[in-house]
Unconditional design. Structure first.
Length: 282
């Protein structure tokens, strides 16, 4: 009776992103580009970054690159956002290029799952990478989300790590891994991240950023119902529940009762039209 229920089909009011009070760093204005080095930070008059994004893709300030969208979304909230694109993962030094983040690391493998990006279906290494300048291959590690998260922890172990992107979203639960031909555990455990946001989680990320800016500890997120958010096992033991994908406030669902699962007859009736369409085109 206490099992999580998917109620994402229920309509919920969205909290406007403009309703948040801008972070104090809003006074610095909009950066021409998100800084990637200390020199670029100094040109903007920054002494530190509030959030540092780490991505396996090249940084192109265009909506087709996910971390550019995330960076600009957070910047619009007043945060100073830096980005480390395709860092050398052999040591933690490249992850210290922008200094210690004031709030958290934002980590993603990139626009594609790193294993699909690097290997063909025959498990042969690809010769090119569409998200790297000059289509140069081998610019990101296998299971990049895990490697980047571990290097971020090595660089500044007391800074929270928020993992996201397609690799984190698809591997957030136990899953079959084609490359190793076995079932792997959740990436949350291997990456040792503090929070994992999955799917279209821009609103959730903004909420998390403002809560961390208010000095709310990460553990407090674990005790609340939340939107598109996963946490390690110890958080589930504290009462983690699943909530609708359309929810936009982590606090709004604190006292909301979990709706009951639709009866089996209704579930079958919804699946039948889809099955007929599939058979029709065979």
């Amino acid at each position: 009776m206490n099992a999580p229920v998917d109620v994402s089909f229920f309509a919920r009011a969205a909290k406007p992103l403009t309703s948040y009070r801008p972070f104090w760093a809003k006074r610095f204005g909009t950066a021409p580009f998100l800084p990637m080095s200390r020199a670029e930070m100094e040109q903007l008059g920054w002494d530190s970054c509030d959030i540092v994004l780490v991505t396996g893709d090249a940084y192109i300030d265009h909506p087709s690159f996910g971390m550019a969208v995330i960076g600009r979304t957070l910047e619009a909230q007043g945060f100073r956002v830096g980005i480390i694109a395709q860092p050398d993962w052999q040591s933690a030094e490249p992850f210290k290029a922008l200094g210690k983040p004031n709030l958290f690391w934002g980590v993603t493998a990139g626009n594609m799952d790193s294993m699909i990006n690097r290997y063909t279906a025959d498990r042969k290494i690809r010769s090119d990478d569409a998200y790297t300048p000059g289509a140069e291959g081998n610019r990101r590690p296998d299971r990049a989300a895990i490697v980047y998260s571990q290097r971020c922890r090595e660089a500044y172990k007391d800074v929270p790590i928020v993992l996201g992107g397609i690799e984190g979203s698809l591997r957030r639960i136990a899953h079959y891994d084609y490359w190793s031909d076995k079932v792997r555990r959740s990436i949350v455990v291997d990456a040792k991240c503090d929070l994992l946001l999955y799917g279209n989680a821009e609103r959730a990320l903004v909420e998390v950023a403002h809560r961390l800016a208010a000095r709310e500890p990460v553990a407090a997120h674990h005790r609340r119902a939340r939107h598109r958010l996963c946490a390690p096992h110890h958080a589930r033991a504290a009462g983690l529940k699943s909530i609708p994908a359309t929810s936009t406030s982590l606090a709004a669902w604190k006292t909301t009762p979990t709706p009951t699962r639709p009866p089996a007859s209704r579930r079958r009736s919804r699946a039948a039209p889809a099955a007929r369409k599939i058979l029709r085109f065979r």
